[in-house]
Design a protein around this ligand. Structure first.
Ligand code: TTP
Ligand code: MN
Ligand code: MN
Ligand code: MN
Length: 392
């Protein structure tokens, strides 16, 4: 059995950012189990192991056919012993014992349920697990001290655990567009994250905001948030300031962490029509800027009871200066593995440092400018991969 030419072509490309990874592929029966093991490793704070499983899953997503036998994998990179063992077991028996026992383990299920609460990370979930808590209801009943994001997460857990549809994402987009135009005419908003990659559903909706005149975007987020609040469109928000300029790291290296833009983690209150279809409640107040009469906030609904007229939706807003827009767009479109692979490629293969703000060439000792994603791929010596093929 000789490997197909297509597989041979894939085989030279061991970084996910060198390959096209579509959303729909032929090996879900293998990638879902591998990604479950990756998730379990993340929940156990074993990052190296988690990334190894994610890379293994990602290479299988690029194959043009379903894998039938182990020989089909000959010459493929990114498949470690452990992943190969899992694949072999699934090909032979239809499932992997390790995967199925993990899937059904109390620890995995509880950690997934607890970290599924907005505002709850692995460390908190682990502490709660050791204290005997297993699910959101246990947390609600317990005497745990919760911070404000966790309180919001618990209060809106039922809505937030539902997928966000494309129609809902578009409705949120209209609201954000309206809010941004109210406070800074001429600003641009772009849908980023999973929906930009063509996903039909998401766990949240992500937007990048900029203004073609450099500097105009400064201080934009608090104004947007304030406008949304006067319209009674926010259930929760936490805004963090831009810390990129203040953190004087010198020109040696751009910061690697991606958390330095002015950004806002929020929960929107999205009105739904009787049909169940989401629509923007901002439309209802069209033509009365700053108005919002007729939307007087009523009493808060009881926790756990589905409020009739609206759905809680997680929304992430990021503001970038125009000069960094291409980097921000590339850095916030994902997938998370694709981003990680881009940075690894830049560092290991090109001696460059890539962040959501900039690209620095360590050999030449200078920043490389770019205003589009295409230019950044080109600086990195990579073929351009469109968002729909970044689903690694
Ligand atoms: P997410 O919204 O977490 O993921 P997603 O949109 O790909 O998928 P989902 O449908 O589940 O929402 O993150 C979107 C991108 O934002 C991700 O590629 C990486 C980037 N990002 C950061 O740069 N910094 C951060 O702190 C987070 C959370 C994400
Ligand atoms: Mn195909
Ligand atoms: Mn997202
Ligand atoms: Mn997000």
């Amino acid at each position: 059995h000789t490997p197909s030419p297509v597989i041979s072509a894939v085989s030279a490309k061991s970084y996910a950012c060198q390959r096209r990874t579509p959303l729909k592929h032929h090996n879900l029966f293998l990638t879902e189990p591998l990604e479950l093991l990756a998730e379990n490793a993340e929940l156990g704070e074993n990052e190296g192991r988690s990334v190894a499983f994610r890379r293994a899953a990602a290479i299988l997503k690029t194959l043009p056919l379903a894998v039938k036998r182990m020989e089909d994998l000959q010459g493929l990179p990114c498949l470690g012993d452990h992943s190969l063992r899992v694949v072999k077991e699934i090909l032979e028996y239809g499932s992997s014992q390790e995967v199925e026992s993990t899937r059904h383990s109390e620890q995995f299920q509880a950690m997934k349920a607890l970290t599924g609460i907005f505002g709850v990370g692995v460390k908190t979930a682990d502490r709660w697990f050791r204290e005997g808590l297993r699910c959101p209801a246990d947390v609600a009943k317990s005497e745990q001290r919760l911070n404000s994001s966790q309180q919001a997460g618990l209060l809106h857990h039922e809505d937030l655990s539902q997928h966000v549809s494309r129609a809902e994402a578009d409705a949120i987009g209209q609201i954000v567009e309206r809010a941004v135009q109210e406070v800074l005419p001429g600003a641009h908003i772009t849908l980023i994250g999973g929906f930009r990659r063509g996903k039909e559903t998401g766990h949240d909706v992500d937007f990048l905001i900029t203004h073609p005149e450099e500097g105009k975007e400064e201080g934009l987020m608090p104004k947007v948030v304030q406008w949304l609040e006067t319209q009674d469109l926010l259930l929760y928000q936490k805004t963090t300031r831009n810390s990129y300029l203040e953190s004087k790291e010198g020109p040696a290296r751009p910061p690697n962490n991606m958390d330095r833009f002015e950004r806002c983690f929020s929960i929107f209150k999205l009105e739904r029509r009787a049909s169940g279809e989401a629509h923007s409640s901002a439309q209802a107040t069209e033509g009365e800027p700053g108005g919002g009469e007729g939307r007087a906030p009523g009493p808060e609904p009881l926790p756990q009871r589905r409020p009739a007229g609206w759905k809680a939706v997680r929304v992430d807003l990021v503001v970038s200066p125009f000069s960094q827009f291409g980097f921000a767009l590339l850095g916030w479109t994902g997938s998370k593995l694709f981003e990680r692979e881009l940075r690894r490629w830049a560092g290991r293969e090109k001696n460059m440092s890539l962040s959501s703000h900039a690209l620095y060439d360590n050999s030449k000792g200078c920043y490389l400018r770019a205003s589009t994603e295409e230019e950044i791929f080109s600086h990195l010596g990579l073929d351009y991969i469109p968002p729909c093929d970044r689903n690694a």
